[in-house]
Design a protein around this ligand. Structure first.
Ligand SMILES: [Zn+2]
Length: 457
């Protein structure tokens, strides 16, 4: 039934004897979506109730039709739901390992919170080189946060970073997806919601980041599995989580002191929140999946935990071809070594790597000649930036997108003049205070002029 209350085209087909008598086999892809979207969970309203009504279609088609359910990421408790909804009691189970031996798994507690933009600078190569920049896929659950999420003030390189969620136009989504997936695509980092995690192949993604504690173990496996799909190199799946996860007491989930992998009941709902009933007002802490919280505790090998969740006892279940299996082995694993840029550390941010930075208590203002030279460099850069890409994102905060380039011009200029290149001299400088607005105003005028000069058919 559609939202409007009438029968959908598919519903009419199912009821049409001419159609239904030819039905022989029904295949449900991504069958884990039946319990995730279609069955009641913790008192919350259903996201896609139709997934929970597949048994009604099964009844309509009759017992002669064979049903097959396909999934690579359903833990035991979800499998039970799939079995009761669409399979026969004596169904044939064909399984192979879901282990991704070419992916290293890790978790990372981000300083300052998951929305702290600086935490994502580690995915950009430093210095930034387009050709060698790794393809990175970042997942957020919240659509709104994909818009304002990525640190536009950290990188300002045209279309290297793109956002992707279902409220965006079809044309934009196609373009963003194409640019991210084709070999010579301009997009190197895609910030996406879950829509990108199921059934879409990204050929050369090397790093997948799940920003925020995932809702369930299936989300970890589905999203993490987007890494290194069609290239032979080591992939990384890293979960970024907030510090509040560390404060969670496992006793709130009914786990007793001294519990271990052997005593853990993998047949139970391993994704259960601390409270059995949730509401729309429940906090993220109240919703936290037990399995996902356990991943962050580093109590046991993540790969072994996944295999237990999926009841995968095949010989390949624990194999890995990467240098490290996961971050839980206390064997010298260092997440930083697997990232193209520096992990954000508020204690060392904006300081030189080798020595603590001495803050200038009284920065010297720029001379008039110095300002003039710098302004000339800005103007040259501005003209070239527009010429190179007149159709680049032109929003109200367009100027902020280029902060990194502007910073580079200033720091290079200062270095050439044998002055300090620390951000503080720039932040505190007289020029910055008095002329920044003027620069952006000039940029705006140039943009408008360039827009007018572009001929549209
Ligand atoms: Zn491991």
């Amino acid at each position: 039934m559609s939202k409007e209350g009438h029968l959908t085209r598919f519903a009419k087909f199912i009821r049409n004897r001419t159609f239904s008598r030819w039905a022989f086999l029904v295949v449900i892809d991504e069958a884990h979506l039946i319990p995730i979207f279609g069955l009641p969970r913790y008192g919350l309203s259903l996201f896609r109730p139709v997934y929970g009504k597949l048994d009604e279609i099964k009844t309509m088609l009759g017992p002669a039709v064979i049903w097959a359910a396909m999934t690579a990421t359903a833990p035991c408790y979800m499998l039970k739901s799939i079995e009761t909804r669409v399979l026969r009691p004596n169904y044939v189970n064909l399984s192979t390992t879901s282990n991704r031996s070419d992916i290293t798994y890790a978790t990372h507690c981000v300083p300052g919170g998951i929305d702290r933009l600086e935490n994502y600078g580690c995915f950009l190569s430093s210095p930034f080189v387009f050709e060698t920049q790794k393809r990175v896929l970042i997942f957020r659950d919240n659509k709104d946060s994909t818009i304002t999420f990525f640190p536009s003030n950290i990188v300002a390189v045209g279309e290297v970073v793109r956002h992707y969620h279902s409220l965006m136009s079809a044309d934009y989504l196609k373009d963003a997806h194409d640019e991210f997936t084709k070999p010579d695509g301009k997009c190197k980092i895609l910030v996406a919601t879950a829509g990108e995690s199921t059934g879409i192949d990204h050929p050369d993604v090397e790093i997948v980041c799940l920003a925020g504690l995932p809702s369930d173990i299936t989300a970890v496996l589905q999203r993490g599995g987007r890494a290194v799909r069609q290239i032979s190199c080591d992939g990384l799946c890293v979960i970024f989580y907030d510090n509040w996860v560390n404060e969670i007491d496992l006793a709130d989930y009914g786990l007793k002191d001294g519990f271990n992998m052997e005593s853990f009941d993998f047949d139970s709902d391993i994704d259960r929140p601390p409270k059995n009933v949730l509401t729309l007002m429940s906090t993220v802490k109240e919703r936290a999946s037990l399995a996902c919280v356990l991943l962050t505790k580093r109590l046991f090998c993540l790969r072994l935990f996944f295999s237990k969740c999926l009841r995968d006892d095949s010989p390949e279940a624990l194999e890995f071809s990467t240098a490290f299996c996961c971050d839980a082995h206390n064997n010298g694993f260092d997440l930083q070594q697997l990232l193209p840029g520096k992990l954000y550390n508020p204690d060392t941010a904006h300081k030189p790597l080798d020595a603590p930075m001495k803050k200038s208590s009284n920065p010297k203002p720029r001379s008039s000649a110095n300002k003039k030279q710098l302004r000339k460099l800005f103007e040259q850069w501005l003209e070239k930036a527009h010429e190179d890409n007149p159709m680049s994102p032109q929003t109200d905060d367009w100027a902020k997108l280029w902060a990194a380039d502007i910073f580079k011009i200033i720091s290079t200029f200062d270095a050439k003049n044998e002055k300090t290149s620390s951000p503080e001299i720039i932040e505190d400088s007289e020029w910055y205070e008095s002329d920044w607005e003027e620069l952006f105003e000039k940029e705006k005028e140039t943009r408008i002029r360039m827009e007018k000069s572009v001929c549209f058919p």
